[in-house]
Design a protein around this ligand. Structure first.
Ligand code: F6R
Length: 342
């Protein structure tokens, strides 16, 4: 018999399968949105939490060696000291009511930043519209983490139009096409990966800076959709500390599944490091999976692993009997925070 848990998980699956369509419509909307004049920025700062914050991290990784100015991500109440009147500040909050993002946005206003808001409404939408800042509206009614396509795709288009970076138009088009073609095979692959992860602790390793956000996304989706703990780290940094701690203390040792995210830009020495680590620490995990990105452009490769991870989280949820839509603990915490003012 179908339950409401099955229905929630099925709805989340449909939203994730729609990720390429979201990217397409978000990018098209951003191409024609009124966002003001280009140029003149000394930095970019993007504020957002959770599902609304991940887009900024993807952009940061994407632009690491491409942006003409530094790109900061803000996931806290306060913004970096370097954010100034010469900063383009983008506030991203799906609900428009996330207090950390609202606090960062208020500080950016006081510093006289050029501001753009990406939201479905809420306090952020209202305040930004009243102040005359461009508001890029995303469709309401989804869990924020399931609206990544809308929230993310507006960012590279705006940054390109404001002359912060080169054009991502071709990359976006390829990404959408590629994801639409590959989503079915990825779902089948996700089911196999989920079988291995079921009841175990996933440890997800990024092996290149552009994949750091992807590892974060895997963790967040496994946390929120599947309701499981997940650990992430980055190579080669891991090799200088975590390698010693792997498998100690004994629990959860053999219950660990390592998921290594790899890309053709992963440094060949980092590949050798990964293989050496997996050999040296083989007592510390049950299984190690190596997942290579697919596609041509960086963007397509990033999203090939993001969509796979999203699908894995839904398949793990299904196996655990968890409704992938349900995030009661986040809701409860937000309720408590709203009651305690000041
Ligand atoms: C819920 C989710 C959360 C929210 C976060 C911030 O689906 O993904 O991580 O994104 O609590 O809320 P918003 O996105 O409304 O600013």
């Amino acid at each position: 018999m179908r339950t409401s848990t099955d229905d929630g998980t099925e709805r989340m699956l449909q939203l994730v399968m729609g990720l390429p369509d979201q990217i397409d419509s978000g990018a098209k909307a951003a191409c024609v949105a009124r966002i003001g004049r280009a140029g003149g920025f000394e930095s970019v700062a993007v504020a957002g939490m959770g599902g609304s914050g991940i887009g900024a991290k993807i952009v940061q990784g994407l632009l690491l060696d491409k942006s003409r100015v530094p790109v900061y991500t803000c996931n806290d109440y306060d913004i970096p000291a370097a954010v100034s009147a010469k900063t383009l500040f983008v506030a991203v909050s799906y609900s428009g009511n996330t207090e950390e993002t609202l606090s960062a946005y208020a500080q950016a206003r006081r510093r006289g930043c050029r501001i753009i808001a990406i939201t479905s409404g809420g306090k952020l939408g209202q305040s930004a519209a009243k102040a005359g800042y461009p508001v890029l509206a995303v469709p309401a009614g989804m869990p924020p983490r399931a609206a990544l396509g809308h929230l993310f795709s507006t960012l590279p288009v705006c940054l390109e139009r404001l002359n912060v970076c080169e054009s991502y138009q071709r990359g976006l088009e390829e990404t959408v096409r590629f994801m639409r073609n590959r989503r079915r095979p990825w779902l089948a692959k996700a089911r196999t990966i989920a079988e291995h992860l079921d009841g175990r602790l996933p440890i997800v390793y990024s092996t290149s800076r552009m994949l750091d956000a992807v590892a974060d996304r895997w963790r967040c989706q496994l946390n929120e959709n599947a309701g499981v703990l997940c650990h992430t780290n980055l190579l080669p940094e891991h090799n200088h500390n975590e390698i010693v701690g792997m498998g100690r203390p004994g629990h959860p040792g053999r219950n660990v599944v390592v998921v290594a995210l790899l890309d053709r830009e992963t440094h060949p020495r980092t590949r050798f490091r990964l293989e050496s680590v997996l050999d040296i620490t083989k007592q510390a995990y049950h299984l190690a999976m190596r997942l290579e990105s697919e596609g041509r452009s960086r963007l397509a490769r990033i999203f090939s692993l993001i969509m796979l991870g999203d699908l894995v989280s839904i398949e793990v949820a299904r196996r655990q009997g968890k409704d992938a839509m349900e995030i009661k603990r986040i809701d409860e915490l937000k309720r408590r925070m709203a009651q305690k003012r000041g």
